[in-house]
Design a protein around this ligand. Structure first.
Ligand SMILES: Cc1cc2nc3c(=O)[nH]c(=O)nc-3n(C[C@H](O)[C@H](O)[C@H](O)COP(=O)(O)O)c2cc1C
Ligand code: FES
Length: 642
């Protein structure tokens, strides 16, 4: 690689790369993202390499190791270009058949296609799969087309053309104006307008100015940023360089959590390759603009994703927040103006520069533009990363993309915004997803976590789950957050254990107010959200726990009991054999009985009892019926026999 010195040279290089590629040549793109790695995609790649060699197809078919296309539960995912045939759950033993049938024979291997569980129809191409059909994958779409460790793949797809345009056809002010006009809002949580923040840093006195990528991604279950960083690191890098140019910064940091080793590896390779091509470093593309970037590995604490904490960590100190009397955009790393944006925010910048602010703002709602990537998880048929235009309804995400709720269960709520987001109930499922609409409901967009819950979910337990997470993750620096969240947890624990008091709801609300008004950082300020939204939308559940000692969803162990209905028990021994506490007595000829003093309420008996019997019952708030006498136990069985 030799440095490129002008946009014309960049274009020549692109043409040269394209001229060496035959668009008709089969290319087997195998996801090697973290999800598929865990499923053994390495062996699938090795099997393809071996098979291509065995069949004498070297040079006639390419193999590409790519980033994550989002449908990780169906990994390892293999997409075959140019037709874009999509095979799911590919195992090494499927490889020979794929090569023989599809690469050589141009036929489809039916059994590896997506099979719609409702219509039973097969989907051949990526875009035919309902999970993808209703998405708008402006950011994630290229993940299956790019080997993230090969910059040429990114260049072939017009990569770095936005940078060339910004550096040679636009002034920094024009770039800033475009980002402002596009109304790009930060994807890391608060939805603050990126252009306004850039402008603050640009106008702030003091040198050097820093630009930073936030890839801490501490929300449990979220992996949007990881997928972008692993799968298309140059798109983030290009956005960062453009932002640096607009802001007047010459130094940047990419903060990636240590637990994302592949993201660290791929972005580090991307930086070296961009440097070799002269897209980073001194005199970028011959423009006279200098910019260098370093990767900083974070120690993986949720609170370190907060802006001031992250910057303190980059300084080499413990990643804890500090008071922001002066915003980090003005006084950040080492007291210098520092602009921090989320991975996804930066990745949108090249799209805006290439396609224009009008194009970008034509997607989405009045005040929330572009797309947003969500990590769709929980009680939903299709889980994974979904990129959708802002304004799409929660219903469309859950039903059209997510394929609805498994096992025909009823939808109950969806939690958006990560651990300090809120729970949105069924009656609000048609809410359009944008920053302001979600905030109005007491939740937030956050960085894009979306957890779907079904009828079997206890909303008090859900609030307790998130508050437990936040208790563990609060840094302990400020008193309201350190003690307030802990007290909330104590109250919630009492409620779920049947020890709740009448005044507990008021106490929770009072604590929420204190946390919001007095916490040092947004962790404490937003921590009450899961409690407040569940109190607002599911007050009956709190009341039932406190007043009737009843968990309506039969989830809270202390309030639930299991017993066996003697009229239904067929003495099949299944529950007895599966009970880990040996709490069930009975025999082939004897109705089973659960010893309430031994039962740990694990619920295994309830799960394993064959549905045709449904003999194990779960109850809450009601006494367990007395067990049948020894005589009745045999008698009932004998009756059933005759
Ligand atoms: C406790 C806490 C954790 C956060 N974690 C992240 C994170 O992991 N990633 C992120 O981009 N923003 C995170 N944020 C938001 C950042 O403070 C900051 O607002 C964001 O990175 C700015 O980028 P944006 O304007 O592009 O959204 C967190 C905030 C708080 C309070
Ligand atoms: S990691 Fe392979 S599909 Fe997500």
């Amino acid at each position: 690689m030799s440095p490129i010195n002008s946009p014309a040279e960049l274009e020549r290089l692109r043409q040269e790369i394209l001229s060496k590629r035959d668009p008709k040549k089969p290319c087997i793109a195998i996801c090697t993202g973290t999800g598929c790695l865990a499923l053994g995609c390495g062996e699938v790649v090795a099997a393809f390499r071996q098979e291509i060699q065995r069949q004498g197809l070297e040079g006639k078919a390419d193999i590409k190791e790519t980033g994550c296309p989002g449908f990780c539960e169906k990994g390892t995912i293999v997409v075959i270009y140019p037709e874009e045939i999509c095979y799911l759950q590919v195992m090494p033993e499927d490889v020979a058949e794929i090569v023989l049938q599809t690469i050589i024979g141009k036929k489809i291997v039916d059994r590896l296609l997506y099979n719609d569980p409702i219509t039973n129809e097969k989907a051949i191409h990526v875009q035919d799969i309902p999970f993808y059909k209703n998405q708008l994958r402006l950011l994630l779409g290229n993940n299956t087309r790019i080997d993230p460790q090969n910059i040429d793949d990114y260049l072939a797809l017009r990569g770095y053309s936005a940078l060339a345009k910004a550096l040679f056809q636009m002034t920094p002010e024009q770039v800033l104006e475009d980002v402002k006009r596009a109304n790009l809002r930060g994807r890391g949580g608060g939805g603050f307008p990126a252009g306004r923040k850039w402008e603050t840093t640009r106008n702030a006195p003091g040198e050097p100015k820093y630009v930073i990528v936030n890839c801490d991604e501490g929300d449990p279950g979220a992996f949007m940023d990881r997928a972008l960083m692993e799968g298309n690191p140059h798109s983030v890098l290009e956005g960062l360089i453009i932002g640096a140019y607009a802001i007047g910064s010459h130094e940047g940091f990419i903060y990636v959590r240590q637990e994302y080793p592949l993201a660290v590896e791929n972005v580090s390779i991307a930086i070296s390759q961009a440097e070799e091509y002269g897209l980073l470093g001194k005199n970028i593309l011959g423009s006279g603009f200098d910019f260098g970037v370093k990767v900083h590995r974070g120690a993986g604490a949720f609170v370190s994703g907060e802006s001031s904490a992250l910057m303190t960590a980059i300084e080499g100190r413990v990643g804890e927040p500090r008071p922001k009397y002066i915003h980090t955009a003005i006084s950040g790393i080492w007291g210098r103006p520092s602009n921090l944006n989320n991975v996804e925010t930066w990745a949108n910048v090249p799209l805006i520069i290439n396609n224009g602010a009008d194009w970008f703002s034509s997607i989405g709602t009045e005040r929330s533009k572009g797309t947003k990537i969500f990590s769709l998880v929980g009680k939903v048929n299709n889980t994974g990363l979904v990129e959708v235009p802002m304004g799409i309804s929660l219903r469309d995400i859950i039903y059209k993309i997510g394929g609805g709720i498994p096992k025909g269960k009823k939808f109950k709520a969806v939690q958006t915004g990560g651990p300090s987001g809120g729970c949105i109930p069924e009656e609000l499922i048609d809410t359009p997803v944008d920053f302001d609409e979600l905030t109005k409901l007491g939740s937030m967009m956050g960085s894009g976590g979306m957890i779907v819950m079904d009828e079997d979910t206890c909303m008090v337990d859900v609030a307790k789950y998130f508050i437990t997470f936040l208790t563990d993750e609060a840094c302990g620096k400020c008193v309201p957050c350190r003690l307030g969240i802990k007290q909330m947890l104590e109250l919630l624990t009492n409620i779920t254990e049947g020890k709740g008091d009448k005044g507990d709801i008021e106490r929770l609300k009072e604590l929420a107010g204190i946390l919001r008004d007095t916490s040092l950082c947004a962790l404490g300020v937003t921590a009450p959200n899961p409690v407040l939204t569940t109190l607002q939308y599911f007050p009956d559940e709190y009341r039932a726990h406190i007043e009737e000692k009843r968990c309506l969803a039969c989830v809270c162990k202390a309030l639930v009991s299991y017993y066996i209905d003697p009229s239904k028990c067929q003495a099949c021994l299944i529950c007895l054999r599966n009970c880990p506490a040996q709490a069930i007595s009975g025999s082939k000829n004897e109705i089973h009985v659960i010893d309430q003093t031994k039962c740990t309420k694990c619920g295994i008996c309830f799960e394993v009892c064959p549905p045709r019997f449904s003999a194990v019952k779960r109850t809450s708030g009601e006494p367990v019926p007395p067990p049948p006498s020894a005589e009745e136990r045999v008698l009932v069985r004998a009756k059933a026999k005759h």
